[in-house]
Design a protein around this ligand. Structure first.
Ligand code: MG
Length: 392
């Protein structure tokens, strides 16, 4: 029996993780955490019977406590509750499906407690990769990517680990990797000009062509900021240099990413766009379990196409490389500025093109701290939020 805890259980990745739990009787959920969706949390508690459940807001936790008073489940709230779920004694693995920098502290706590991490919280590595990866190595904890692209890269690298004993902390022979080909669908506005993007409204940007995802990541996909965050994540996860990561626009979203080796061989992972595969792969690594569902039909697909990203129209990606190259606290600013700008865009307070403009302004304004600690990362986040609001 494998026991897991989930941060962000009511969101898109969280609910899909629970679907995998439902289909695999040897998986058990021992603790759950969510933001505000009390109704869904109650349903999840009644179905999966965790020992503890945390709601971010204390009012939501109060509400939940009343709703599940008939059950033996410990109800928690706030950061204290998130931390308790993260290090829950009965769990072996933490699924970090929470969105935002709120995931940093719980992830660090879980690694310190020796829990393997199924990582879906991008912000953790983007802003604190320099803290997380050395800590994972020290604690011999596996960081298993849940993001489809990183899972594809991980799967494409596994042949290179064959014959070696399974270790939890996975390290790659960087000398064998020439580059990582990180695929991107290009989002719903691929091929458009900046002129055409001026009038984009939130409802246009919330329609993703291939993937079903949360609201923020859907907007981030359309601006290529999501890809920018993924470039930074890949750098930390696979220990490669920034210049070894090449973004490839692949509108069909069948090739989920690839690794090009020093002998020219390219190993890729292909499949239909469905997050359940990367989630399941992380949960059972190094095993590969059967999974029902649609298969990629190569005859029906006919052809797969690839093109270079248009970084002039979508500056979000170029800004990510700039932030990552400078490093320190600048990736935090990139991420925080985007988070705030996307929120403002969804509230119809700034234009679509204003998202990347605000990121750039915040990056220009920031004085970079090299190797920031967690407090400094969270400070840079708050400063960036305040700066963006001061510009309105
Ligand atoms: Mg992705």
């Amino acid at each position: 029996m494998k026991k897991i805890a989930i941060l962000g259980s009511t969101g898109s990745i969280g609910t899909q993780t629970l679907e995998i739990v439902r289909n695999n009787p040897d998986l058990q959920v021992v603790a759950l955490a969510a933001g505000t969706n009390v109704e869904k949390m109650e349903e999840q508690i009644r179905e999966f019977r965790p020992l503890a459940a945390c709601m971010w807001r204390s009012e939501a936790a109060e509400d939940l406590r009343v709703r599940v008073a008939d059950l033996d489940v410990k109800i928690l709230s706030g950061m204290e509750g998130l931390l308790e779920v993260a290090v829950f004694p009965e769990s072996q693995m933490l699924v970090t499906a929470i969105v935002g920098m709120i995931g940093i502290r719980p992830t660090i706590a879980a690694i310190e407690a020796g829990k393997d991490i199924a990582l879906a919280n991008k912000e953790t590595l983007v802003t604190a990769g320099h803290i997380i990866m050395p800590l994972a190595r020290e604690k011999n904890v596996a960081i298993l990517p849940v993001d489809s692209e990183h899972s594809a890269i991980f799967q494409s690298l596994n042949g290179e680990l064959a014959g070696k004993p399974f270790r939890r902390y996975v390290e790659y022979d960087g000398k064998k990797i020439e580059k990582i080909l990180l695929t991107a669908s290009g989002g719903p506005f691929r091929g458009r000009t900046r002129e055409q993007l001026k009038a984009i409204r939130p409802e246009d940007a919330l329609k993703h062509p291939n993937w079903t995802m949360g609201r923020k990541v859907t907007i981030d996909s359309s601006t290529l900021v999501n890809k920018g965050l993924e470039v930074m994540e890949a750098k930390w996860l696979f220990g490669v240099e920034l210049d070894q990561i090449q973004v490839v626009v692949h509108p069909q979203s069948i090739v989920h990413s690839a690794v090009q080796y020093v002998d020219g061989a390219i190993i890729a992972q292909l499949g239909v766009p469905d997050m359940k595969l990367p989630i399941q792969y992380a949960l059972f690594y190094p095993d590969r379990r059967p999974m029902r569902g649609e298969r990629a039909d190569l005859f029906a697909l006919g052809q797969l196409t690839f093109e270079a990203p248009d970084t002039d129209t979508f500056p979000g990606l170029a800004l990510a490389y700039r932030a990552a190259r400078r490093g320190g606290s600048l990736p935090t600013v990139y991420n925080a500025a985007n988070e705030k700008a996307v929120q403002l865009f969804l509230e119809n307070r700034i234009s679509y093109l204003g998202i990347a403009e605000l990121i750039e302004k915040a990056m220009d304004h920031h004085k970079v701290t090299a190797a920031p600690n967690v407090e400094e990362i969270l400070e840079a986040e708050q400063e960036t939020y305040a700066y963006i609001l001061s510009l309105l």
